[in-house]
Design a protein around this ligand. Structure first.
Ligand SMILES: [Cu+2]
Length: 128
């Protein structure tokens, strides 16, 4: 391989690395809800909205073994969601796609100390 080709290959490898880095960053932005474009949904959409001091539904249902996307939004006030036993941690607004293989029930709670009735902000995720 001559010197010219070697340089070209390094340039391509470098730009591929840079593109990967940028891709990672834009993903973080989407997760924090700052992206202007709506979050891409995959599978069933589970739309959870929080207001002072409740969620829009008491129970949210998904199917075991099927991918779903939680779309969370603070419609009033500043709230968040965590789900007991699951890797979900969204504040203000954001989305999370996941899949649960086994049926069960999980407690959804507000993870932002948001006011006097913060403790009442619980709902249920039912996996059937
Ligand atoms: Cu709260």
């Amino acid at each position: 391989m001559n010197k010219k080709w070697g340089l070209l290959v390094s340039a391509v490898a470098l730009s591929a690395m840079l593109m990967t880095a940028c891709g990672g960053e834009s993903k973080d932005q989407a997760a924090s809800g700052n992206s202007a474009t709506p979050a891409a949904t995959s599978g069933t959409a589970v739309n959870i909205e929080a207001s002072n001091w409740k969620f829009n539904q008491d129970t949210f249902e998904v199917k075991a073994g099927e991918e779903f996307t939680i779309n969370f939004k603070s419609a009033e006030g500043f709230h968040g969601i965590g789900i007991q036993g699951l890797d979900v941690d969204i504040q203000k607004e954001g989305s999370k796609t996941m899949k649960i293989d086994e049926a069960g029930e999980y407690t959804i709670f507000c993870n932002v100390i948001c006011g006097p009735d913060h403790g009442k902000m619980v709902a249920k995720l039912v996996v059937k």
